[in-house]
Design a binder for this molecule. Structure first.
Ligand code: 3PG
Length: 306
């Protein structure tokens, strides 16, 4: 009987675990649950004899892959797979997958939710501003970016996007204005919503020069990864521009300095929670389980990322 480990330091909603179990039961696979673990040793022990692994932002390092002697597939139930050591997976003949699109709506709703919150001064009772009529720039027009664009249009915002990998026709069809460079996006839009992945090229790429191009009332919305921000330069932008605000799903490492000096100009979630809805957990968890069964039974590698 195949063994599938769900290892989630930040657990799925119970309904999502039920759904995963249902998929695995049907395939006659065993489900092993490791939730809220606090020590890497627990994960290393749990992976020892499993055939497949489902994780969220949990770090699947070389050490984890090496410890998992029977592992054939690891699925990151979510979009960003910067937590998987792809080289180690490939070297150990382990297929790595993600579940793109499955939790996008939850992330997009959080992006807009944080925008409303900061526009209203974090609900401090004073007069704030509205999103209607403002320009928003979508930095990377993937699954989440497209949904943010759609919801922002509902708010009456003017939507711009920059993404060299997406067909210009598709962007235009969505009623979104495609710009030709990242610099143009930032100098045009008061709101920027980040949707780039975290990798060697993008880490610390959001820097002073880029942010300083933003028009008055600049608000950076980050539901991507904190690693893409150059934090030293972010602090310079906060210091030099009183109008600059930053909302982020998960706090930057420099959060204490921001909190101490720039009250009212930021909001950070205490734990990464963009995808933390029952719906997103069910979608991503169920997709992960289905992808595992389909790979083991039929060799389907559609969502392979290594
Ligand atoms: C993703 O990349 O899908 C999101 O960042 C969700 O991460 P999480 O599963 O840790 O909430």
């Amino acid at each position: 009987m195949k063994k599938v480990l769900v290892a989630t330091e930040k657990p799925f909603a119970p309904a999502a675990v039920d759904q995963i179990k249902e998929v695995l039961d049907k395939a006659n696979y065993d489900l092993v649950l490791l939730e809220k673990y606090t020590d890497k040793a627990e994960l290393l022990k749990a992976v020892e004899d499993v055939d497949a692994l489902i994780v969220r932002s949990d770090k699947v390092t070389k050490e984890v892959v090496d410890a998992a002697k029977n592992l054939k597939i690891v699925v990151r139930a979510g979009a960003g797979y910067d937590n998987l050591d792809l080289e180690a997976c490939t070297a150990n003949n382990v297929v790595a997958m993600n579940t793109p699109g499955q939790n996008s709506n939850a992330v997009a709703e959080l992006a807009l939710g944080m925008m409303v919150m900061i526009a209203r001064g974090n609900y401090n009772g004073k007069a704030g501003t509205e999103l209607k009529g403002k320009k928003i720039g979508i930095h990377a027009y993937g699954n989440v970016g497209q949904l943010v664009a759609k919801i922002a249009k509902g708010f009456g915002m003017e939507v711009y996007a920059f993404d060299p990998f997406v067909d210009a026709e598709k962007v235009e069809k969505d009623g979104v204005i495609q710009v030709n460079s990242v610099e143009e996006l930032y100098s045009t839009c008061q709101y920027i919503s980040l949707h780039i992945p975290s990798n060697e090229k993008t880490k610390k790429s959001i820097d002073f020069d880029l942010l300083n191009k933003m028009p008055k009332g600049a608000t950076l919305v980050n539901t991507a990864r904190k690693e893409v921000i150059n934090e030293e330069e972010l602090l310079n932008v906060f210091a030099e521009r009183e109008d600059f605000r930053y909302v982020s799903d998960i706090a930057p490492d420099c959060k204490d300095e921001i909190a101490e000096k720039y009250e009212g100009r930021f909001f950070f979630t205490p734990k990464k929670m963009g995808a933390q809805t029952a719906e997103a957990n069910i979608n991503a968890g169920e997709a992960a389980a289905n992808q595992i069964v389909d790979f083991i039974e039929n060799g389907n590698t559609t969502f392979k990322v290594n």
